[in-house]
Design a protein around this ligand. Structure first.
Ligand SMILES: Nc1nc2c(c(=O)[nH]1)N[C@H]1C(S)=C(S)[C@@H](COP(=O)(O)OP(=O)(O)OC[C@H]3O[C@@H](n4cnc5c(N)ncnc54)[C@H](O)[C@@H]3O)O[C@H]1N2
Ligand code: MOO
Length: 401
């Protein structure tokens, strides 16, 4: 029986999945979140014609023939204003950000003025009308849409939202990802493994990737290969309201690979098990009410590659983010043998060569080897049944960093 193709598996995972509903959070907590609806300015900015420089608010006509002397009749500083009017042959001392007084139509910067005595100056240069003035509404006007729905609230967007008068923002709720690591052989880092044990690692990379995609993490720790212990962790994930449950390990066909069985016994509807992918063949996907379940294979590289290919798009869809994998054309830096019937994600190092990117596969591709995955900056994607390829042949790579 032929295995489910990777693209079809991803389609099933994303089928019917919509961004989560909005919640309102204070501005500071909105950093790096996704704006849930278009944001209209609550005010106009600048709210008045403002000076962009320190100097003198003057009438351009008065200083058309420089040098010209002017009487200084007052001051306009940011946070205050000059309430009178700039009449012919007068000027108002003005500072950056302060309102332009009535009658003035330009700013003479102070470097081009000479103070004659306490209350008069000499303009040393003529200035065109309108110089160094920020017109009211130059940045945005009340009611303008200043940020689009779906905008990632990066630092500039946050400051703009604040300037537009918003103290809180509607953001897409961050998906909650519960992670369960399974296996009698696993201990957490920092704990000395017993004989026959190893350190659990997958949960750290998976959590970091999901967080980068906008998720919150509930790490439920390590459970032994025991049906009741695993079932109880699954229940904890559901009680916590996890949007996605990720299980690590126990996905394959061994006697202790109980993941699929227990998930089904707990009420999960299985969508698929096993796909035409290397690494990652034993991937499990199913759904509880409101919770998608990804059963990732235990091999650390299989886990991470499946997370890049399937978990990231799912998290991003829920988080209201666009998923745009960084796929690029490259040429092979080493030969590759013919592929079998699974799509292969080959750990590779990609660098710029004389004709563009060159992707050189690592010689060891064992799906347990995190040292190779961490050294790789890309995965060469090989189609099922691709024939043997030579150095210089074209290929497609998925950039990882
Ligand atoms: N007879 C067959 N055997 C296997 C097949 C198969 O088709 N027929 N598939 C192989 C493939 S492909 C994979 S991938 C693995 C995946 O198996 P499981 O998902 O059941 O994973 P485990 O057996 O639980 O563990 C595999 C390996 O990974 C280590 N592991 C598990 N969890 C973690 C963790 N959280 N952190 C670090 N390392 C972990 C575990 O100790 C094992 O060494 O099955 C093949 N077998
Ligand atoms: O798929 Mo396994 O993931 O080939 O090691």
């Amino acid at each position: 029986m032929s295995l489910l193709a990777v693209d079809e598996a991803l389609e099933r995972i994303l089928e019917g999945v919509q961004p989560l509903p909005a919640e309102t959070v204070p501005l500071r907590q909105a950093a790096d979140r996704v704006l849930a609806s278009p944001l209209a300015a609550l005010r106009t900015h600048p709210p008045f014609h403002a000076s962009a420089m320190d100097g003198y608010a003057v009438r351009a006509a008065d200083i058309a023939e420089a040098p010209a002397s002017l009487r200084v009749i007052g001051t306009s500083a940011a946070g205050g204003s000059f309430e009178g009017e700039v009449l012919p042959q007068t000027a108002v001392r003005i500072f950056t950000g302060a309102p332009l007084p009535k009658g003035a139509d330009t700013i003479l910067i102070q470097e081009n003025a000479r103070v004659i005595d306490g209350d008069s100056i000499e303009a040393l240069q003529a200035v065109d009308a309108g110089r160094h003035i920020r017109r009211a509404g130059l940045d945005f006007a009340e009611g303008n849409i200043v940020l689009e729905q779906g905008r990632i609230l990066d630092p500039a967007a946050l400051s703009l939202a604040a300037a537009a008068g918003h103290a809180t923002l509607p953001v897409v709720r961050s998906p909650l990802i519960a992670i369960i690591s399974t296996g009698d052989e696993l201990v957490p880092p920092g704990v000395a493994p017993g004989p026959n044990q190893i350190v659990a690692s997958n949960n750290f990379g998976i959590a970091a990737l999901a967080q980068r995609d906008g998720a919150r993490i509930l790490d439920l720790g390590i459970v032994p290969d025991d049906r009741e212990a695993f079932a109880s962790a699954v229940r904890r994930a559901r009680e916590a309201g996890a949007d996605i449950l990720v299980t690590l390990g126990g996905a394959s066909v061994g006697d202790r690979d109980i993941t699929r069985d227990v998930l089904a016994a707990e009420g999960m509807t299985l969508s698929f098990w096993k796909i035409a992918m290397r690494p990652g063949k034993p991937l499990i996907f199913g759904r509880f009410n409101g919770t998608s379940v990804l059963g990732l294979p235990g091999n650390p590289v299989s886990s991470m590659v499946c997370a890049h290919v399937f978990l990231s798009p799912l998290v991003r869809r829920l988080a209201g983010r666009i998923h745009a994998p960084d796929l690029r054309p490259a040429e092979l830096g080493a030969a590759l043998p013919a592929n079998d019937s699974r799509r292969d994600y080959v750990r590779a190092s990609v660098a710029l060569g004389p004709r563009g990117l060159v992707a050189t596969p690592f010689p060891l591709q064992d799906s347990s080897m995190l040292s190779v995955l961490a050294a790789a900056n890309a995965l060469i994607i090989r189609a099922p049944n691709a024939p043997a390829a030579e150095i210089g042949d074209r290929c497609q790579v998925l950039m990882l960093r």
